[in-house]
Design a protein around this ligand. Structure first.
Ligand code: 3PY
Ligand code: MG
Length: 253
């Protein structure tokens, strides 16, 4: 089976860097996949994307060295299985608040005996290779998103769920749930200590930790701190900030 570059980074002791696609388009997916990132995550939760967009985006990512991941819209087994059948090598599942949620995530993303994923790997076979069914369970990466008070309170038990590879922190939702608004101020002491607590809990359980970052420099700091999977912002945010910078230069110049 084609290897998962995220796991390859981890076996070399490095953090994996993922692009983040909010624009439902194959050309953008190809550009981000060729940018030098290890992974590209197609966002189905907040992005303007649907399942048909996801399939052509995964096809475009296949033409690049980056490994494709999908952030599913919710903890719905049918969508998780469809993303995997379409060739995603990783599932990032939002709003995992309980051990039961984490067990459902592992169950939907793993073939028996580990879980209850239904057989029909479709594009997974084309992207992964004919031995996909034999190796899918230990090649795919499963991240449970910790981004609520409930999830934070349960993080230790969630990290102990067998088959779960790690947790992925959503700083905006976490900040919102901690009463800090949506700005996800990275300097806020409570948010910072919640993020540090998630990281140390994941590490103590032998699990991986990832998070969404506002920039490459924040992502580098988080990787140095011990995070295993970092996202240096999304296509949409990067496009907006690059264009704002160019317009400011135009107006200023
Ligand atoms: C959050 O910050 O809440 C996220 O879900 C990041 O993608
Ligand atoms: Mg979120």
């Amino acid at each position: 089976m084609r290897p998962n570059r995220v796991r390859q980074c981890w076996s070399q002791g490095k953090a994996a860097v993922s692009g983040w696609l909010s624009i439902g388009d194959s050309y953008t997916a190809e550009i981000v996949g060729l940018s030098g990132v290890d992974c590209v995550t197609v966002d189905l939760q907040h992005a303007m994307t649907d399942i048909s967009d996801m399939i052509i985006m995964l096809q475009a990512i296949s033409a690049t060295p980056a490994t494709p991941f999908v952030r599913v819209p919710n903890l719905e087994p049918g969508v998780i299985m469809k993303a995997l059948d379409a060739g995603s090598y990783g599932i990032i599942c939002p709003l995992v608040n309980t051990v039961h949620d984490a067990v459902c995530l592992v169950n939907a993303s793993s073939y028996p005996p580990l879980g209850g994923r239904s057989f029909g790997p479709a594009r997974g076979l084309l992207y992964g290779g004919p031995d996909y069914p034999l190796h899918a369970n230990h090649t795919i990466v499963r991240f449970a998103m910790i981004e609520t008070r409930e999830g934070l309170a349960e993080v230790e038990a969630i990290c102990a769920v067998p088959g779960l590879d790690g947790i992925f922190i959503g700083p905006s939702d976490l900040g919102l749930n901690l009463g800090k608004g949506t700005a996800a101020d990275p300097t806020d002491a409570e948010v910072r200590s919640a993020i540090d607590h998630c990281l140390s809990t994941a590490k103590a359980a032998g699990k991986r930790a990832g998070l969404f970052c506002p920039s490459g420099s924040v992502a580098k700091g988080r990787a140095d701190q011990g995070f295993d999977f970092v996202v240096p912002n999304s296509d949409v945010n990067l496009l907006k900030s690059a264009l704002a910078g160019e317009l400011a230069a135009f107006v200023g110049g």
